[in-house]
Design a protein around this ligand. Structure first.
Ligand code: FAD
Ligand code: NAI
Length: 466
């Protein structure tokens, strides 16, 4: 079979690239080794985790916050099987949605493990042992990433799990020890804490959520601690003894020193993800990787081998579904002879804890390091009428604006629906808007978004309601 484009991997990078390319008139095939489409994000990542985060948040609200609103209910009872069933059905409807879109756009799906067999040739090893060779003018590597292992510790997805096992625990562990205070640790830690686990997070660094604005991360840590999270910062896990009914985890200071043993029932290893390039034939094809094992690409997503491209988690940049999608669209446009572009300075990031944490643009730490003069405007949700009505007073919005030009350089939010609120900051910053622009835009009252406006007012001049 001959195609304009063969994409290896059907995650958000690959499937979006395929759809956009087909929309632009290219003949496209996608090779996928898993039985369902959608990659990590739809099958074992973004979608199932958000289904469980929402369900567990409702469980906790029923047990703890309904009374605040004058709603008396009995103690809610957990039906974990049904909750996991809800998650599975959400995954199913999303992955079948991608299959529907492929059909609609006349994209060929080839199930099997793809590898580069030479210029313009992709070999697909099928489950029945057969091999099919596809010919293509362009090959796109969109094979994503998998969990980074903790040195010397094997995961079994039962007692020592990655995010995949943590999305499907058959019962609520009494104690859960999370290694890594990053996005996965805090999101999936939140799920199981809400359902009843005692959660301890061991983090190598002296802070949670590295990369996010420090002030926002500190506030998030305080809120999560109030919810019951126990953090052990600047510590590392060295050994896990699995011989008894409880896991015995040896933890020691990151800088070395006296170790101690913590007992737990389940360990979630969430120390990052690594690009997935195994078995792709990249070495044989002469495709260069960078020092961290990621496929190296130029500004047009082309590798050092003409005709072979790569996008998503397998290349440099934040490992986020929407980043992979934007790259997929840009690459399809480039391959169709149009101008495709991704603004890497404006990729939002959201942590779906309660409250949510969202951020776009520069952090204070980055501005300081770059020597940029900036102004800070902050507004707490405790001063927002809608947040008070919702009993969601924790957190704040922080707007960072250039001291000389007033251009907004970063927006950081910890608070209710932060993941939705950040979108207007992305729009504003895409058009190089100023704090004054945001502060002068009429925001509906009473909405949470008024806090974003007020923070912008605080950066430009003065907030009204503080
Ligand atoms: P992937 O989605 O990893 O897809 C790669 C695909 O390639 C897979 O289907 C794989 O089977 C296939 N493949 C690999 N090798 C071959 C081969 N040789 N032949 C054929 N097929 C192959 N990001 C967000 O933005 N928001 C979130 O809320 C979020 N939540 C997450 C929660 C969890 C628990 C995890 C693990 C990740 C989460 N992410 C989230 C990250 C997000 O899932 C990834 O950034 C995204 O899936 C990357 O997309 P991709 O297309 O590059 O690769
Ligand atoms: P992460 O990079 O977010 O966090 C890993 C954490 O583990 C860091 O704080 C790091 O300092 C720490 N760490 C590393 N080695 C350690 C060790 N040996 N001992 C203790 N701590 C250690 O990675 P995570 O949480 O695994 O998630 C992987 C990726 O998946 C994220 O980077 C993100 O791109 C993506 N993701 C995105 C989500 C979202 O957008 N809401 C949700 C979940 C995942």
């Amino acid at each position: 079979m001959s195609h304009d484009l063969v994409v290896i991997g059907s995650g958000p990078g690959g499937y979006v690239c395929a759809i956009k390319a087909a929309q632009l008139g290219l003949k496209v095939a996608v090779v996928e080794k898993w039985p369902t489409l959608g990659g990590t994000c739809l099958n074992i990542g973004c979608i199932p985790s958000k289904a469980l985060l929402h369900a567990s948040e409702m469980f906790e609200a029923a047990g703890h916050s309904f009374a605040t609103f004058g709603i008396r209910v009995g103690k809610p009872e957990l039906d974990l099987k049904a909750m996991l069933g809800h998650k599975d059905s959400v995954v199913e409807s999303n992955v079948s949605g991608v299959a529907y879109l492929f059909k609609k756009n006349r994209i060929d799906i080839v199930h099997g493990t793809g590898s580069v067999a030479g210029p313009g040739r992709v070999s697909v090893a099928k489950a029945d042992g057969a091999t099919e060779v596809l010919e293509a003018k362009a090959i796109v590597i969109a094979t994503g990433s998998d969990s980074a292992p903790l040195r010397g510790i094997e995961t079994d997805e039962k007692r020592i799990v990655t995010s995949t096992g943590a999305l499907a625990l058959p019962e609520v562990p009494k104690r859960l020890l999370v290694v890594g205070a990053g996005v996965i640790g805090l999101e999936l830690g939140s799920v199981w804490r809400r359902l009843g686990s005692e959660v301890t997070v061991v983090e190598f660094l002296d802070r949670i959520l590295p990369g996010l604005d420090g002030e926002v991360a500190r506030q998030a840590q305080r809120i999560l601690q109030k919810q019951g999270f126990a953090f052990r910062l600047s510590q590392k896990v060295t050994v896990i003894d699995q011989s008894g009914p409880a896991l015995k985890v040896t933890v020691e200071p990151a800088a070395g020193g006296t170790s101690e043993v913590i007992e737990t029932d389940v360990v979630l290893v969430a120390i990052g993800r690594r690009p997935y390039t195994a078995g792709l034939g990249l070495k044989e094809a002469g495709v260069a990787l960078d020092e961290r094992g990621r496929v190296k690409v130029d500004a047009h997503f082309q590798t050092n081998v003409p005709g072979i491209y790569a996008i998503g988690d397998v290349i440099a940049g934040p490992m986020l579904a929407h980043k992979a999608e934007e790259e997929g669209v840009a690459l399809a446009e480039i391959l169709a002879g149009e101008a495709g572009h991704v603004d890497y300075g404006l990729i939002p990031s959201v942590v779906y804890t309660h409250p949510e944490i969202a951020s776009v643009g520069r952090t204070e730490e980055e501005l300081k390091a770059a020597g940029t003069e900036y102004r800070v405007g902050k507004f707490p949700f405790s001063a927002n009428g809608r947040a008070r009505a919702m009993a969601e007073k924790d957190g704040f919005v922080k707007v960072l604006a250039d001291a000389a030009t007033d251009r907004v350089l970063g927006v950081h939010i910890v608070g209710p629906y932060a993941g939705e609120l950040i979108a207007e900051a992305c729009v504003l910053m895409t058009f190089a808007g100023a704090a004054e622009d945001l502060g002068r835009i009429c925001h509906a009252h009473p909405t949470l978004s008024e806090s974003v406006k007020e923070a912008a007012l605080a950066a430009w001049t003065k907030p009204i309601h503080l």
